[in-house]
Write a protein that binds this ligand. Structure first.
Ligand code: 5CA
Ligand code: ZN
Length: 359
């Protein structure tokens, strides 16, 4: 897919310091140690609704990683996917009696406009799941061939699953124990009760075609890819194994990043998928979880329509620590707007900002 427009990155005076990031897998704050080309994969949107302030917070966190590496003299190979075929997209299209392709296209357009307005640097590659179905199929076929994947015994819907015991490392990325995995799996796209699975936590790789659902013909049969394998295939085919940062919000630590890593490691027989697993905290609204069901989503586009300067949104989201779960409030935005005005006034002074003044 096409990305969005980039912006000039100013040179920052002084010597760059090595970037240290908290890694979920090891539970440590460790320096990133990229080669000449730093490699980063950040999980992209599922385009069934507009970009909310939580998405923006996560992409801004990784925008800082990108800019810090640039400042340190690295070239950055940044890949971000678009999950343009998955259950939530189909459910929304169904609800609104809209074509799922149209819905996805419109929301990706809006996402691009929001990211450009927030001056988030675009990824070098921005592939959608639909355009990468052939490469995902190839990866699943290899997993079937090497015994990491299996078909359920169901002649009507012969879905393909991943055997989570295959690599012997399952759980290393999230560090979740069995009870926690079992508790969160159904809420995050898992299907523990699907008959025929070897283990309730095994993840779907290929969903055989169901009536009325979009499907692709392939050597695996007619169907569509599961979610985790999408990111796994897209990442390894563009960045290789052992890339520097796998990123996303903390809701992706399990099962999504656990399985993305396990799939790739099972495919290539090497470890690790990524050297750092970096997770941004969840943004809520006034202390409540932001969710569609609660109807309390704050959309970036809506704020922009209301005349809020995107630089103030950026500043408000950077007012908190990227890893903390935190709340979006009117006060947070008001403070950021005031701070932005103060900074702009200071920069515009003929004498420049007063070094003694407090912010
Ligand atoms: N397409 C998948 C990833 S492959 C997905 O999770 N899409 S998403 O649209 O639901 O989320 C896009 C990104 O925003 C993900 O990195 C997700 O972790 C992050 N995100 C979602 N909700 C929030 C939130 N409330 N606060 C912070 N980040 C969030
Ligand atoms: Zn992903």
């Amino acid at each position: 897919m096409q990305t969005w427009s980039s912006v000039a990155v100013p040179r920052v005076p002084g010597r760059p310091r090595p970037l240290r990031l908290y890694d979920t897998a090891t539970g440590q704050l460790r320096p990133t140690a990229p080669g000449r080309v730093a490699r980063m994969y950040v999980c992209g949107i599922t385009p069934y609704d507009a970009t909310h302030i939580g998405h923006a917070a996560t992409y801004l966190a990784f925008d800082l990683v990108y800019r810090q590496w640039l400042d340190a003299g690295h070239e950055v190979h940044y890949v971000q996917n678009v999950t343009d075929i998955d259950d939530p997209l189909l459910e929304r299209a169904d609800r609104d009696d809209e074509d799922w392709v149209e819905l996805g296209r419109r929301e990706v357009d809006r996402f691009r406009a929001d990211m450009a307005a927030l001056r988030v640097l675009p990824p070098r590659e921005f592939p959608g799941a639909v355009e990468t179905v052939p490469e995902i199929v190839e990866v699943i076929a290899k997993l079937l061939a090497n015994g990491a994947a299996y078909r359920v015994d169901d002649p009507e819907y012969p879905d393909i699953y991943f055997d989570r015991t295959f690599t012997g490392r399952f759980g290393y990325e999230s560090n979740y124990d069995e009870a926690t995995m079992t508790a969160v799996f159904p809420d995050r796209g898992g299907d523990p009760d699907r008959p025929g699975k070897r283990d309730p936590l095994d993840a779907l790789l290929w969903r055989a075609a169901r009536p009325g659902e979009p499907a692709w013909e392939s050597e695996l049969g007619t169907g569509r890819p599961g979610w985790h394998i999408e990111c796994s295939a897209i990442a390894v085919n563009r960045l290789g194994l052992g890339f520097d940062v796998q990123g996303g919000g903390s809701d992706l630590a399990f099962p999504h990043h656990e399985f993305s890593a396990a799939h790739a490691e099972a495919l290539l027989g090497e470890h690790p998928f990524a050297r750092h697993y970096v997770h941004a905290g969840m943004l809520g609204l006034d202390g409540e979880k932001m969710s569609k069901s609660q109807g309390n989503l704050v959309f970036v586009a809506r704020l922009r329509e209301q005349g809020v300067d995107p630089a103030a949104i950026r500043l408000a989201l950077f007012a908190g620590h990227y890893r903390d779960d935190r709340s979006w409030t009117d006060g947070l935005l008001a403070d950021a707007r005031a701070r932005l005005n103060r900074w702009r006034e200071a920069v515009a002074l003929p004498s420049g900002p007063d070094a003694e003044a407090t912010v």
